[in-house]
Design a protein around this ligand. Structure first.
Ligand SMILES: NC(=O)c1ccc[n+]([C@@H]2O[C@H](COP(=O)([O-])OP(=O)(O)OC[C@H]3O[C@@H](n4cnc5c(N)ncnc54)[C@H](O)[C@@H]3O)[C@@H](O)[C@H]2O)c1
Length: 258
């Protein structure tokens, strides 16, 4: 899909990876709805996009709330004439203390935002997308592809996003919707900086890794996923050393379709 002239909704679009993607899509000619909890940073992002000649709107929305999520998607239709692209990107990590010491409500919140809201977003977006075609990208993580001992609940949520993407693809494709996910390694964003600060305060010594991705690299990977019309239900792993499409596993006894 060529993003020029298309309408996109980006959750968690006021910071980090979401903001970089909102700015990139707007530079490429898409109109962008930025949905986030943080109004000030959302307004700032809209201002930056408009100052560069792009089109954007902000809506304060909690992606775990059904009404908020419906309103953010409908805003794209009302303001920009349709819903062509949904980027389910909002996410949090568990922070400290980690699982199992964290309170139950904390790790449930990780599952609600990082996994259930992705499922909710797809559920609500599909009927609003043009029957001629739409694209949904979900932000998973390398933590969803490999064991992640630092934050097992986050790892489980992101693994859920990867499998949900694989498993939803045939249903979505019948409605001309391509659903794919991006699995970044460590990216230099406020989420990671906050985590490292908290770890430092707790006496851990981990610093910024020597090889770290920049948000624009993930934004470019997301743009590639949107533009490549051949990809259905694929996970794209992005490391500082390069990207690869993850080999999609097939259930035993099923025949691989091309
Ligand atoms: N930074 C990394 O190293 C990294 C690596 C892999 C995957 N990811 C994933 O990338 C995504 C973006 O992370 P980031 O690093 O840019 O973080 P970030 O903290 O910079 O941005 C996340 C944004 O999501 C918003 N958000 C959080 N909960 C929300 C909710 N309930 N409703 C609406 N918005 C909400 C936040 O306000 C924030 O603006 C997340 O899903 C994260 O898990 C990040």
């Amino acid at each position: 899909m060529d993003v020029k002239g298309k309408a996109a909704v980006i959750t968690g679009g006021a910071s980090g990876i979401g903001r970089a993607t909102a700015e990139l899509l707007a530079r490429k000619g898409a109109s962008v709805v930025i949905a986030d909890l943080v109004e000030e940073r959302g307004a700032e992002t809209v201002k930056a996009i408009e100052a560069a000649g792009g089109h954007a709107a902000f809506i304060k929305a909690d992606v775990t709330d059904e009404d908020d999520s419906r309103r953010m998607l409908e805003l794209a239709v009302k303001r920009f004439g349709g819903l062509d692209i949904l980027y389910n990107n909002a996410g949090i990590a568990i922070g400290l203390p980690g699982y199992p010491l964290a309170e139950v409500k904390r790790w449930r919140r990780v599952l609600e935002i990082d996994l259930q809201a992705v499922i909710l977003g797809c559920h609500l977006a599909a009927p609003l997308m043009d029957p001629k075609g739409g694209v949904i990208i979900n932000t998973a993580s390398m933590a969803g592809l490999y064991p992640y001992k630092e934050d097992p609940v986050y790892g489980a949520a992101k693994a859920g996003v990867v499998n949900f993407t694989y498993s939803l693809a045939p249903w979505a494709a019948k409605r001309n919707i391509r659903v794919n996910c991006v699995c970044p390694g460590v990216v230099d964003t406020p989420l990671v900086r906050r985590g490292l600060e908290a770890a430092k305060r707790a006496g851990h010594t981990a610093g910024i890794p020597a090889k770290i991705l920049q948000p624009i690299q993930i934004a470019e990977a997301v743009l590639n996923l949107i533009e490549n019309d051949n990809l259905f239900g694929r996970a794209l792993e992005v490391r500082p050393t390069g990207s690869r499409l993850v080999e999609t596993p097939e259930a035993p006894g099923t025949r691989r379709k091309s």
